[in-house]
Design a binder for this molecule. Structure first.
Ligand code: MN
Length: 356
């Protein structure tokens, strides 16, 4: 059990007037307990209340061992695990992890009509947003490897290459360098495919003048890296160059804007203004970025709607893009760490326009 993290979560609960929560996501349970369980359809839950009660619920198959200061309640596949939880919670408001399957939540509300479920992820999410020294070291390490991965990916570009072939090269790099699991879904997009921000690599063959976007991400030691670079194959058109330099300037402007005390929406605005001024505003179709840590996408949200105030220890992506349907797309993404007086860019791979 990580006592200092639990302490912080309990403080966050007190501040928000939430006396009891159920933590269920794999990454959040790991954050607080050091135990990594992927429960799939089975139930994993850590119950916490501000009176100091802690109960860990799990299937025998999870192999959970007793934890200090924590009651362990295990169940088998033929038990109803929700019944155990229903017996433990107190009447009134109960904070529920936002991703908890509805089959459990509805079961709980049917057994306990005196419980009022509310979304209760904020106390843990707010703690997770502020990385401690050990987590920052892990994030730096992961991004250092990703810098090497993207260089290897760019070096693997060749005449006749297919998107899914280059994606497999990235996956192989991660495997050889000790990623936590095999990676699927690395994004490699050629030319017009790059105009879809989430295009899945397929058998498309590279052609001269294509943009090539690599958006690559994986956890090392549980902590995710996530970065994007766009290069051009053999030639670059005036329009591609203009879009590339615009997106690069947007990335750099947002990074220059990051400092503690400002709302995250200001960083989105800094990037968006550059792209709007260049006339491409309507082609930047997503938020500027997202938090990263034990999950590839976690809090905070870095969008025009984000009221979260930047604070030292936050790690999030800065990933402006311009997507021209039928033509090409450009995205440049770095992870940044908010520091006392600005930010540290965790990704060091060059952002100069590259023709390979
Ligand atoms: Mn990202």
């Amino acid at each position: 059990m990580n006592e200092s993290r639990i302490e912080r979560v309990l403080e966050n609960m007190q501040k928000s007037g939430l006396e009891q929560i159920v933590v269920t996501s794999t990454s959040s349970v790991y954050y607080l307990t050091g135990i990594w369980v992927e429960p799939l359809e089975r139930m994993l839950a850590l119950y916490l209340n501000t009176q100091g009660e802690r109960i860990l619920f799990g299937n025998y198959l999870f192999g959970l061992s007793p934890q200090p200061g924590t009651r362990l309640v295990q169940h088998s596949d033929s038990d109803n695990p929700v019944r155990d939880l229903a017996q433990a919670v107190r009447p009134g408001k109960l904070g529920i992890d936002k991703m908890w399957p509805s089959k459990f939540l509805i079961g709980l509300t049917q057994l306990r009509a005196d419980v009022i479920p509310v979304i209760g992820s904020a106390p843990v999410d707010d703690a997770r947003m502020l990385k401690d020294a050990q987590e920052i070291a892990a994030m730096r390490y992961s991004s250092q490897l990703n810098d090497l991965a993207v260089e290897a990916a760019i070096a693997s570009i060749h005449e006749g290459a297919a998107e899914n072939e280059l994606a497999a090269k990235v996956e192989e790099f991660y495997r050889v360098h000790g990623a936590d699991h095999s990676s699927e879904g690395q994004l490699v997009c050629f030319g017009a495919n790059g105009a879809d921000p989430h295009h899945s690599p397929n058998a498309t063959i590279l052609r001269q003048g294509d943009s090539v976007t690599f958006d690559i991400f994986i956890p090392f030691n549980r902590y995710w890296c996530d970065m994007t670079r766009t290069v051009f194959f053999k030639t670059v058109s005036d329009e591609q160059r203009r879009v590339y330099e615009t997106v690069k300037e947007a990335n750099l402007s947002a990074i220059a804007a990051v400092r503690p005390g400002l709302p995250l929406r200001d960083f989105d605005k800094a990037a968006r203004k550059v792209i709007e001024d260049a006339g491409y505003g309507s082609y930047f179709t997503h938020r500027l970025g997202h938090g990263a840590g034990l999950d590839c996408h976690e809090m905070p949200d870095v969008s025009s709607a984000s009221d979260v105030i930047a604070a030292p220890g936050m790690v999030f992506s800065i990933e402006p893009g311009v997507y021209l349907p039928g033509k090409f797309g450009v995205r440049i993404e770095d992870l940044v760490l908010v520091t006392e007086d600005g930010c540290e860019v965790l990704n060091k791979a060059s952002k100069d326009l590259r023709i390979v």
